[in-house]
Design a binder for this molecule. Structure first.
Ligand SMILES: NC(=O)c1ccc[n+]([C@@H]2O[C@H](COP(=O)([O-])OP(=O)(O)OC[C@H]3O[C@@H](n4cnc5c(N)ncnc54)[C@H](OP(=O)(O)O)[C@@H]3O)[C@@H](O)[C@H]2O)c1
Length: 222
């Protein structure tokens, strides 16, 4: 089978690709707006397309069975047209939505996926642990970390998800295991991710790793 991965150069997309390659039962095609700069693993074919221009996907989808679709745009306007193009070729989609879409809630995004006629899995993870890298510049520059989770002892008690756990959607792309080929809702990586951290633990780890106190100046949230 052949799988198309969008967001292929991103945190989750790269992990999805790694997991698909490990499984070695699918050819992997990777969407990027700039194949020359993609730096993808050997054996992965980088194809140029832009999700804001749905028809640009058509050529990438020939012979594709399943699509990992992440939504990087702040508008969901193009999502129905993207699903129409996918439907012309593939039969299954694993969708990673975004809370950053201004005109579609996560529920509305998922509804579009469910109505698409494709077999589907929707992934709704909580915040990614990799977001901590956003603080790198602030840490290098001094000892003040501005960010919603930067305050040592802050009130946020949710769990951060490792992007590798989010990418376990790779198994759904291959239509194996208990999900079979059926339409499935897959909420928030279940209750027991393999690796998870409380936000306050991340701050403590950063303090230990950098060797100096990290404090918030209280300019929250971002
Ligand atoms: N961070 C969080 O806490 C969190 C939580 C829940 C959900 N999410 C969602 O998870 C998704 C994946 O996040 P991530 O961290 O893996 O992303 P990321 O590392 O920021 O990567 C963004 C990816 O989107 C692609 N992209 C951007 N604009 C595009 C366009 N117009 N057409 C096609 N591709 C485009 C980029 O590809 P090229 O530049 O190569 O074209 C890149 O591969 C996002 O939709 C995010 O909103 C994030």
């Amino acid at each position: 089978m052949t799988t198309l991965v969008t967001g292929a150069t991103g945190n989750v997309g790269r992990q999805v690709i790694a997991q698909l390659l490990d499984a070695s039962d699918t050819a992997v095609r990777a969407v990027t707006r700039n194949p020359a700069a993609a730096g993808l693993p050997d054996g992965v074919v980088a194809v140029p397309a832009d999700l804001a221009e749905p028809e640009s996907l058509d050529g990438c989808l020939r012979g594709v069975d399943a699509v990992f679709l992440m939504w990087p745009l702040h508008s969901g306007e193009a999502l129905p047209a993207v699903l129409d193009v996918i439907k012309r070729h593939a039969h299954r989609v694993v969708f990673l939505g975004s809370g950053g879409v201004r005109d579609l809630t996560m529920d509305q995004q998922q509804e579009l996926i469910a109505q698409s006629g494709l077999e589907w899995t929707a992934i709704r993870p909580s915040t990614f642990a990799v977001n901590a890298l956003w603080w790198a510049e602030q840490i290098r520059a001094g000892d003040v970390v501005r960010g919603v989770y930067g305050e040592l002892g802050g009130r946020f008690t949710g769990h951060l998800r490792h992007d590798d756990d989010v990418a376990e959607a790779g198994g759904h792309l291959r239509c194996r295991g208990r999900y079979g080929g059926a339409s499935t809702y897959f909420p928030a990586m279940g209750g027991r991710p393999r690796r998870r951290l409380r936000v306050n633990s991340v701050t403590v780890i950063l303090v230990a790793a950098t060797g100096f106190p990290i404090v918030s100046n209280g300019q929250l949230p971002m």
